[in-house]
Design a binder for this molecule. Structure first.
Ligand SMILES: NC(=O)C1=CN([C@@H]2O[C@H](COP(=O)(O)OP(=O)(O)OC[C@H]3O[C@@H](n4cnc5c(N)ncnc54)[C@H](O)[C@@H]3O)[C@@H](O)[C@H]2O)C=CC1
Ligand SMILES: O=C([O-])CC(=O)C(=O)O
Length: 313
């Protein structure tokens, strides 16, 4: 039997989508199909061709095509959804909900028809609610509908810890739970550097400053860019999740998962630590939380629930 390459579709060929497509190809995780709306078909084809023409220089053998035709996505193993508008300074992610819910819904109808067996990863914001919309529209099992927030939020948190201590990012471990909003919950108690708990290395007031900076990390980039939001670290996060699935790595990383009783929440998508492998989300881990941590998670869950109410009306 011939061994086939993985096929990965990235919907939305904007900043995050295009960057993700290039990073996936550079890592040779599979052939990449980049999809955008028909009005942007030529620029999408152009971006894909430009990336492909980098392959002889960088020595990767992934194919990359641009299209607006979902027939080209048929049989994808993974579909990554980045379609939608990004926020500008002064906006919250939740301000995007009405526009992006319509976009995510229409994208998911196509995904359902053309890639019924795919594992779907959602990036579009407000991402917890958009993952809920995707789940409702796709009708796929919960293990195959996954939102991206925790890898990125944790990456920001770990960046700031490494900067604070002037140590390698490779030795920093942490977890950010909850919704992808300003009340997300970086878990200090579960954070360490080279196995050493960070609260023995960093003074409490500096830890608090790192936690606060992490919570508004997306907004910090939005304010600096002026006309859009982060895309390099978000793309890297999507690639890590894709790699964990396609290589069946069984990684334990925070992702947005559908909860049915875990942490006491029902019918909610929220960022929690999960085991990511070849079947998608293979397990959700319930960490023991202090009363203070649980109260912070409850607050974040409530914010997500309020946005989900808007999309499920
Ligand atoms: N969850 C997370 O951690 C993050 C989420 N985001 C979100 O990801 C989304 C995309 O961000 P960017 O790539 O920076 O925006 P962008 O504006 O650069 O790209 C979005 C692309 O989606 C396309 N699009 C719109 N409707 C479409 C449809 N129906 N079908 C296919 N493509 C469609 C647009 O034409 C555009 O090319 C935003 O909603 C942003 O807020 C961005 C970074 C991190
Ligand atoms: O902040 C935004 O709007 C984009 C995003 O979700 C992030 O970078 O965390």
């Amino acid at each position: 039997m011939a061994i086939k390459r993985n096929k990965i579709t990235v919907v939305g060929a904007g900043f995050t989508g295009a960057t993700t497509a290039l990073m996936l190809a550079q890592k040779e995780l599979g052939d990449v199909v980049l999809v955008d709306i028909p009005q942007l078909e030529n620029p999408t084809k152009g971006k894909a061709l430009d990336m492909l023409e980098a392959s002889p220089v960088q020595g990767f053998d992934s194919n990359i095509v641009g299209t607006s035709d979902y027939a080209d996505t048929a049989g994808s193993d993974i579909v990554i959804i980045t379609a939608g508008v990004a926020r500008k300074p002064g906006m919250s992610r939740d301000d995007l909900v009405n526009t992006n819910a319509g976009i995510v819904k229409s994208v998911c109808e196509n995904v359902k028809n053309h890639c019924p067996d795919a594992i779907v990863i959602i990036l579009s914001n407000p991402v917890d609610a958009m993952t809920y919309t995707a789940y409702q529209t796709l009708g796929f099992p919960k293990s195959r509908v996954i939102g991206q927030s925790g890898v990125l939020d944790t990456a920001r948190y770990c960046t700031f810890i490494a900067q604070e201590l002037n140590v390698s990012v490779e030795d920093v471990r942490g977890f950010v739970l909850g919704g992808h909003g300003d009340d997300m919950v970086p878990l200090v108690r579960y954070s360490s550097v080279g196995g050493i708990p960070i609260d023995t290395l960093i003074p409490a007031d500096r830890i608090e400053a790192i936690v606060q900076r992490t919570r508004v990390g997306g907004g910090e980039i939005v304010n600096l860019l002026g006309n859009g939001s982060a895309y390099y670290a978000p793309a890297a996060s999507l690639v890590q999740m894709t790699e964990a699935i396609l290589k069946d790595k069984k990684r334990i990383i925070p992702v947005i998962a559908y909860l049915e009783g875990e942490y006491g929440y029902e019918d909610l998508f929220l960022g929690v630590p999960a085991l990511l492998g070849g079947s998608g989300i293979e397990k959700v881990f319930e960490l023991e939380l202090t009363a203070e941590e649980k109260a912070a998670l409850d607050k974040s869950a409530e914010s997500v629930r309020n946005v989900i109410k808007v999309v499920s009306l």
